[in-house]
Design a protein around this ligand. Sequence first.
Ligand code: BF8
Length: 651
Amino acid sequence: MRYKYPYLNAEMPGTDDVLAVTPNSAAREMMEHLAGQGIQTYLDRFAAQQPLCRFGLQGTCCRRCLWGPCRVTPEERGVCGADVPLVVISNHIRMVAAGCAAHGQHARLRLEAILAITEGRMAGELQGAERVWWLAKCFGLPVEGRSLTQVAAEVARHLLADLGRMEREPMKALLALAPPERVALWHELDVLPTSAFSEVFETLQRTSLGTDSDWRNVLRQEMRLSLAFFWGCVVAACWASEMLYGPPRLQTVRVGFGTLGRGNTVKVAVHGHAPVLAEALVIATQRPEIIETARAAGAEGIDLYGICCTGQELLARHGIPTTSGILGQELVIGTGALDALVADQQCVIPGVSQVAACFSTEVITTSDSGRMEGAVHIPLDLERIEKVAEAILRKAIAAYDRRQEMPRHVPDASQTAQVGWDERSILEAFGGRAEMLRLIREGEIKGIVTLVSCNTPKVPYEHSNVSLARDLLRRNILITTTGCASHALLNAGLADPAAADLAGERLAQTCRRAGVPPVLPVGACVDNTRTMFLFFDLAEEAGLALPQMPFFYVGAEPGNEKALGMGMAFFAHGISVLAGYPVPVPVPLPVHVEGGDIDDYLRPRNEIADFFGDEARQVVGAKIYGEPYPDLAAGAIDMEFRRKRLALGWG
Ligand code: BF8
């Protein structure tokens, strides 16, 4: 069924639309089940918020000072004189700054954990020696006669400096690792960042009342900020995890709501972003005294499950089943199967505590910046991490004990997925750099799309992510995925090697020969690093600049400030971006023609739209598209790949 996506002047999806078109049958079953029980979820709250404010949807409501709020239009400026482009871009950059701070904080926690281990203050050993030595070499750090822990500590300090430096020097990781062609361009554009912290600081002052009123100059700061976001926060978090816990491990597992039905065990879901505590929980679940306590309560053992990005981290390294991304967290708790939900940082919505109360599920918060009413708070303390993990599991066991009679409703739906991919294992699976490039050059793989980021209530549950992925596969386009988009694609069975059958003939044969699925999950949102480095490797092998390669970044259901920063970062690297359901991004947003049919819409133009549409291609070599319809989005991506391939003379 072709769903009529809400453009700016149309209705948002109601519960009936969601139930009619979501590709996730287990989520549908849970939505109906919870509605039958009278338990409120995001669906009810989203319906109550309608109609959404059109100014807010377009980013033209300005609340950056106390003179307003001002609603600006092409005819009416704000009280201070700000026009539409200035308001839109100033609102947008502030969201990217918030996203930068969010990814930055979990990079910081992981780097602090490395220092705590290397200084003997935290239990555990570094599992990712290879990444430590590689980074030390890239940063030009001395390694002769030094131990792994000494070098790891220096690498961590190097990355921490990129996160927090205030001296006006460019970021070290970016200079050491970004493609020279990009560094030269960023230098010429004067957008080389100092650090994540200082660029967030600068962004907030620059967009305060009466400061930078040249929107193009604000946009230049947004490029600088998004580079700081990527190199200071995203890359640092990904590699800090790898130094701490080792690289991802290729494995075939079962995922989805149905995995919650396995066995009579104490069931604990980890949720959030920073895997530091979750990794300690993995170890603690194997301790004999904890297993004994669980058995004494009548359980066979303890099972962990994953939600959001912490879930993706444990899936990639330990094969621990994921259940859902951000939009389904209340539905997971609504199964009644969970004894405890352990939250670390970000994307844990307040609604979970209300659903958890209905099922006596213990919600345990562990970060001071992520506390929640109705939750028990057991703070993460790196120096006592084993004890903290144990205390959490004992709470979960106690919850199991008192929840024996609690009704459960677990949909019988789970999927096979091959997980734990990174740039090295992807290249290896396709026969190495030269061979994978040959496959792309000859059109066996038409191009690579990284389909990432969130879910949004503005789209019927997982519908855009899954529909777009299926369409891209049919067009012989290989997909990497992370974050909540990854949850959607895993739940749809697209990371199962058998999903090669859904791809176009050339991609299907290539995947079957390599024994890989056509959708490759590379982890959590910060693991977009892995896709970026895959892009670097293939462009280097081809001897081409990144904008010349058939690569694309897609956020089909953006919902979080972090997703906006990630899109801008790929854009600054010369990789075109497609945002799905209109968020307040400065691109032409379609508007339905009054009384028109499904394909009858206009794309109003404005200065910012013109910049991101065509001018940007001259400046950074990439473009930003806004396209809610999955089939039209797939067509636009396909067209860009064809254009690039034609220019290169590739088959
Ligand atoms: O960093 S995809 S909703 S979980 S923000 Fe949040 Fe978006 Fe999910 Fe992970 Ni990424």
